[in-house]
Design a protein around this ligand. Structure first.
Ligand SMILES: [Fe+2]
Length: 234
């Protein structure tokens, strides 16, 4: 009997040679990926401790004397393994454009203003419950020249080191309801629509703080299980 849509496992695989995302043609792996030996699944990865962090690393709105411009947000969630167990002491690093859609990077030529009070980089460690939390500004969409009139949906880049060698992920978090999803080859390179949803945060009124900031929750699953958060090709 054919599997129904809900029974079919979510496919978190990404098309690494994806013509719609032009630069993947030249830099995708040309050979089949090497499957890590089974024993690697138990191998501990690099361990990060609190001394890896600086004050305000988790609050990107307080890294300068003044307040950044834009929409202040809280992004919070849990880092989980394939079995849904929390991963404590995972290093979570983020980088993003400012509210105008501009990165503080020499290669960014988008004619939008830099913000003197916003660098767009942060990091934190997960707590005993696998929970991370950032205060930041909602990033703007930006053009990227991949094709005519190409704009990236608003996103925050995430890099994660879990506790095990195999718990490593670089990906992007998106915001719900973005009209650019259907036009974005990076988002669309995750072929299963249900896997794409795993990259989209949820607006959370309980996390939202009155008169101060909107809250978004986003859980991340490390590993290769059916709920695993997809990587990104960027
Ligand atoms: Fe980006």
């Amino acid at each position: 009997m054919a599997q129904t849509e809900t029974e079919r496992p979510i496919d978190s695989e990404v098309e690494v040679d994806w013509p719609a995302y032009r630069s993947t043609r030249l830099r995708h792996p040309g050979r089949p990926l090497v499957v890590l030996p089974e024993k690697f699944a138990d191998l501990e990865g690099p361990v990060f401790e609190a001394d890896a962090l600086e004050p305000h690393d988790d609050d990107l709105t307080r890294q300068h004397d003044g307040e950044p411009l834009g929409e202040r947000i809280i992004v919070e969630g849990r880092v989980l393994d394939e079995g849904g167990r929390p991963i404590p002491d995972a290093l979570v690093e983020i980088w993003q454009a400012n509210a105008a859609g501009r990165y503080r990077h020499d290669g960014d030529r988008h004619p939008a203003p830099l913000d003197p009070n916003f660098d767009g980089a942060g990091r934190c460690l997960t707590d005993d419950d696998g929970r991370y939390r950032f205060v930041t500004m909602k990033p703007g969409a930006y053009p990227w020249g991949n094709h005519e009139n190409a704009w990236r949906p608003a996103h925050i880049h995430f890099s994660l080191f879990g506790r095990l060698f195999t718990q490593r992920l670089v990906t992007q978090m998106y915001f719900p309801g973005d009209p650019l999803f259907e036009f974005d080859p990076i988002f669309q390179s995750v072929r299963d629509p249900r896997a794409r949803e795993l990259m989209v945060a949820t607006f959370d009124l309980d996390l939202t703080q009155p008169e101060w900031a909107l809250g978004y929750t986003w859980d991340i699953v490390l590993g290769r299980g059916v709920r695993a958060t997809p990587l990104d090709l960027d």
